[in-house]
Design a protein around this ligand. Structure first.
Ligand code: GLN
Length: 491
């Protein structure tokens, strides 16, 4: 039998049911692997006691014939999710010692279904970044390396720890959050599957807020089927989040293997960027050929406002962030740095508690919302957002079932290689993913090949609102054609 840590969630589920191994053995194998992989810095907190206790309870439920859908499955949790009694930092110094008194709805749903928590994964501070380099806990090192080189590479971000943990077999699955690409981009960089569901599919309650109208939770896994399994558990209506949608959660796994014959797949021409590496172009074409071979119809479509999505995102997201982060004032949460008076205390706390990228976003956000600039920036960005959404609606109304695009404009880059002199260089990582958040649509990144340097590349599928099932069917067709990609173990 394969090593316990290299199983898929569906295989582990079967093995536990057949009693080939216990939940305790599965948890122990992962905890041991995590200990050996600390050089990756994927976890900011390991929770072995909790894992042992939860696995023991799972084994008891399995023995009693009361197993839940995720019974005994070891999962890693991005540190943006509040976990009751377990430190939750959002990757920030300001929350370095924050122990929530409550559990996020998404993680509560996982534990309800029997999953076992392994620990909390590293992420860019407040999920602001595309490389996991803005984390207060230092960068995550990707388990992937360029052929014949040992330059440390980024796993992408902001959910870099979750992506690295799943790619390096340090968890069978992980949670992420995606505001502009933070699940799909790291999934593409690490050869894992990452899904951002439709806005409102998962509750945001108990997730540290970055940009509330864009934030959405979703799964990281090693197969498309596993993403379907995990998303089902994470999803659902929650009265504690008024933007969560009261709509039945389908059995997403049933979409795996479903015929995609006759499905109309749009190829948006605006995603063909000047200067995009030829390998990305080839991958994209190959992806379209795979879907065509499986019976889908490929059609060229236009999403004319695509080029405004990134600039509009970098107004809307910081605006919402500046408002959401106002709560970190040294009074109610986390760090407090003493000052002469209360204003001085606020200023010192925020200056020392937030890192440079977060401070930049707060300043941009405050600026675009300020009197005199609000109409020129924020209001205009909201209008652009409506146009981006309408572009997609027009295509879907014309019969397109989903879009196929590259997930990222390049493969993973080296730690410290990008965005040092100009932050926009880093922001450009999200050109293909932010549109999906702006429009509130579901998107999945599926590993589709390796580049010339041996690094994984992903393809993105974008679907109609609440049609995650279509993305799972199409995604699995790509996975069947492309195969799976596993990093060589060096850590
Ligand atoms: N990289 C984008 C940003 O920094 C998206 C991050 C995210 O999705 N959380 O805003």
């Amino acid at each position: 039998m394969a090593e316990l840590t290299s199983l898929t969630i569906s295989d582990a589920r079967d093995g536990l049911k057949k009693k080939s191994f216990s939940a305790a053995e599965l948890a122990d194998a992962h905890l041991a692997a995590m200990e050996k992989a600390r050089a990756l810095n994927a976890y900011v907190l390991e929770t072995p006691e909790r894992a042992h206790a939860m696995a023991k309870a799972s084994d008891a439920r399995i023995a009693a014939g009361k197993a839940g859908p995720l019974e005994g499955i070891p999962i890693a949790v991005k540190d943006m999710f509040c976990t009751e009694g377990v430190r939750s930092t959002a990757g920030s110094r300001i929350l370095k010692n924050f122990i929530p008194a409550y559990e996020s709805t998404v993680t509560a749903n996982l534990w309800r279904d029997g999953a076992v928590m392994l620990g909390k994964t590293n992420n860019d501070e407040f999920a602001m970044g595309s490389s996991n380099e803005t984390s207060h806990f230092g960068p995550v090192i990707s388990p992937w390396r360029r052929k014949g080189a040992n330059t440390p590479l980024v796993p992408g971000g902001s959910s870099g720890g979750s992506a690295a943990a799943v790619a390096a077999n340090l968890a069978l699955g992980a949670t992420g959050t995606d505001t502009g690409g933070s699940i799909r981009q790291p999934a593409a960089f690490t050869g894992t599957v990452g899904m951002k569901p439709t806005y409102g599919r998962c509750s945001r309650w108990g997730i540290v807020a970055f940009a509330s109208s864009l934030d959405q939770a979703g799964p990281f896994t090693r197969t498309v089927r596993d993403a379907a399994i995990l998303l089902r558990a994470m999803s659902g209506h929650d009265p504690k989040d008024t933007t969560s949608v009261d709509r039945a959660v389908p059995n997403y796994e049933a979409a795996i293997g479903k015929s995609i014959k006759g499905m109309k797949i749009g190829i948006p021409k605006e995603y063909r960027l000047d200067g995009m590496p030829a390998e990305i172009e080839t991958l994209w074409r190959r992806g379209a050929d795979w879907l065509k071979a499986a019976g889908a119809e490929i059609i060229d479509v236009s999403l004319p406002h695509t080029k405004y999505a990134l600039p509009a995102y970098y107004i809307v997201a910081p605006a919402e962030a500046s408002s959401n982060l106002a709560r970190y004032d040294g009074v109610r949460y986390g760090l407090r740095v003493a000052g002469r008076d209360i204003t001085d205390m606020y200023q010192k706390t925020r200056a020392e508690g937030f890192g440079p990228e977060v401070r930049r976003r707060v300043m941009i956000g405050t600026y675009v919302l300020s009197a005199g600039y609000y109409d020129a920036y924020y209001l205009r960005a909201q209008k652009v957002r409506t146009l981006i959404k309408k572009d997609f609606e027009d295509c879907f109304n014309a019969g397109v079932h989903a879009m196929l695009t590259p997930a990222t404009p390049s493969a993973a880059f080296g730690v410290g290689e990008k965005g040092q002199a100009d932050p926009v260089e880093m922001y450009l990582n999200d050109v293909f993913t932010v549109t999906v958040n702006m429009a509130g649509l579901p998107g999945i990144s599926v590993p589709a090949g390796l580049d010339g340097q041996g690094l994984p590349l992903g393809l993105q599928l974008i679907g109609r609102p609440f049609d995650e099932e279509m993305l799972f069917s199409l995604g699995e067709a790509i996975e069947q054609a492309a195969g799976r990609f596993i990093p060589q173990k060096w850590w």
